[in-house]
Structure formats: C-alpha cells, structure tokens
Design a protein around this ligand. Structure first.
Ligand SMILES: NC(=O)c1ccc[n+]([C@@H]2O[C@H](COP(=O)([O-])OP(=O)(O)OC[C@H]3O[C@@H](n4cnc5c(N)ncnc54)[C@H](OP(=O)(O)O)[C@@H]3O)[C@@H](O)[C@H]2O)c1
Length: 281
C-alpha cells in the first residue's frame, strides 16, 4: 500500500481521510495540522467519527514525520500559505504532492512550479479536483468554439465559510473559455459582480459568487445569444467527489515527475512514467 500524508484536516481533509482509510491502495500514515491547531496530538477517532488512532501532528514537525513514517505522497487541502511552507519541506525530501487547495496567487503558483522543477518531484495542481467539474470544463470549451459570439456569465455558489471568492474553478472556467475563443492576454477580461452603470463589453466574462449556508459547490455557465441561451450546471452533493478526485490524482502522480493539472490526470493516455516538467521560462 502507498504510504500517504494528509495536510489539512478541515471540512474537505476529513472526507479525504475517510476515503484514504477505506482505500485498498493507500495507507494513511500521517496527518498534519497548522502549528497552532487544537487538533495536534489528538487522534482521528477523537476529532472525527473515523475508526483510527492515528495522531495529528504539527506542520512544524513535518520533516520528522517524513523520516518516521516514510510516506511517498502528500495530499493537501489547507491554505495557499500553509501549502507552500509544507511543500518546501516535502519537495526537499522528494515527496510527490496533490494540491487541492485553492486561492493561490500567480507568485505562489510560480513558487510551487519552481519547487517541482528544482527538486524534480511530481505535483498535481488541482483547484478543480472533481471529475464532474472537469467534464463541465470540457463542454464549456466546446461551446465557446461553437457559439463564440454568445455572452458568457459564470455563477458559483459555496458554503458561508469558503475563504476565497470567486472560486478557483470559476476563474479556471473563464480562462479556458477565453483560451478556446483565441483571446490574447489583453482581451481576457473578467468582471467580478456588477453594480451601477456597467454596460457589458462583448468579450468580457462576468463572474458572480454566492456564499451561503452549507452549499458544497455549484458552478453554472451561461452562454446567452440574442434569441436563445445554453446553460451548463455542475452541483456537488458531497465532498466525496473531491476525495475521489484526490485519490485518482495521487495514483497518477506517484511515479511521475512534473507539474500536472487535473485535466491532464483525467486525459492522460501515454503511460510513460515521466511527465513533462512545465517550462518556466
Ligand atoms: N480542489 C477542489 O476541488 C477543492 C474542493 C474543496 C475544497 N478545496 C479547497 O481546499 C482548501 C481547504 O478547504 P476546506 O473547506 O477543507 O477548508 P478548512 O475546513 O478551513 O480546512 C483547512 C484546514 O487546513 C488546516 N491548516 C492550517 N494551517 C495548516 C498547516 N500549516 N498545515 C496543515 N494544515 C493546516 C486548518 O486546520 P488547523 O488550523 O486546525 O490545522 C484547517 O483545518 C481550500 O482552499 C478550499 O478552497 C478545493
């Protein structure tokens, strides 16, 4: 079984822990929390309803955890800042990663890519880790080519505690639609919410975020023409979709090197063990 570490035992991390504990492929040997977390030194049994005596460790003892538990892969659902700090230690020790955390800025993504290249590890960067969202992305890109003149608006809804807005997935959908339409960097205009006299430009994409209650995640993409409209919607019913995606990504990246997207994980047919390392130039 593949020895695995989980970084972040929050809402999503708990479901990933459950999936890992019931997996026949993965063995959850380490769970990491933030340095000031009340979860440190408590067992999964105490913190969740899971049948495990595994104790949660602080991120400050990550290097020691690697040495002690010899895991091959780490799955991260924490925060961009926490992930970057932990990624440095993991990369130095040659541990491959699946990053499900969202909300990274461009510099932080660049830093992650640098770690991948410098330490020659494998990393799946998956702000959209569910298979269903990737299917939505695929359809959205096709529609962008089929009805390039239709106005595009993206609406996303998440639970009241989600930190980043709009979702990384909403931005990814917008970027992919701009790309599919062949827009230059200058032409890729996203408008986040609207208020007052803000007449839309033809090529802009409107992105709107709802934060309410316990919504797991909804993404709606509207293509509206003068006389008709097409809408595609993805609704997550449970965080299990994220956990399933994370384990699929972990299997994929275990023996590969380089920086991969979830789209690449799901569409990869070439079974070569060494993937492309993203060109940072
Ligand atoms: N890719 C996707 O499709 C997808 C799906 C769902 C969620 N997400 C993303 O995953 C991330 C987590 O989401 P969530 O809803 O689970 O949030 P959450 O409930 O706030 O969980 C984040 C956890 O990270 C822990 N943490 C903080 N510092 C840490 C450190 N240094 N090392 C390890 N863990 C640390 C926090 O707990 P302690 O402070 O107690 O350690 C907290 O439990 C967010 O960015 C979210 O947007 C992505």
């Amino acid at each position: 079984m593949i020895k695995t570490c989980l970084l972040g035992l929050g809402r999503t991390g708990k479901v990933v822990a459950e999936e890992l504990l019931s997996s026949r492929e993965f063995d959850l040997v380490s769970v990491i929390a933030g340095p000031k977390s009340k979860k440190i030194n408590k067992s999964l049994r105490e913190l969740t309803n899971l049948d495990s005596e595994l104790l949660v460790s602080s991120s400050t003892s990550l290097a020691e955890e690697i040495r002690k538990n010899k895991f091959a892969i780490a799955i991260d659902f924490s925060s961009p800042e926490a992930c970057l700090k932990n990624a440095q230690v993991l990369a130095e020790n040659g541990i491959h990663m699946v990053v499900g955390t969202t909300g990274f800025n461009k510099i932080q993504v660049y830093e992650l890519k640098n770690l991948v290249q410098h330490y020659k590890i494998g990393l799946v960067f998956a702000p959209n880790i569910s298979v269903g969202i990737n299917a939505l992305l695929f359809i959205a890109k096709s529609l962008a080519k089929l009805v390039p003149d239709y106005d595009v608006e993206i609406m996303e809804s998440h639970h009241r505690n989600k930190v980043d807005s709009p979702s990384g997935t909403a931005i990814k959908i917008a970027t992919e639609i701009h790309n599919a339409k062949g827009k230059s960097e200058k032409e890729k205009k996203n408008v986040f919410g609207r208020k007052g006299a803000t007449q839309r430009e033809n090529s802009e994409i409107g992105i709107h975020a709802v934060r309410a209650g316990g919504i797991t995640g909804v993404h709606q993409v509207l293509f509206a023409g003068e006389h008709d409209e097409i809408e595609i919607i993805h609704r997550s019913y449970s965080r299990k979709v994220f956990a399933a995606g994370a384990l699929t990504a972990a299997s994929f990246i275990l023996n590969r090197k380089g920086f991969f997207s979830m789209e690449e994980v799901l569409s990869y047919e070439d079974k070569d063990q060494e993937g492309p390392i993203e060109n940072l130039a």
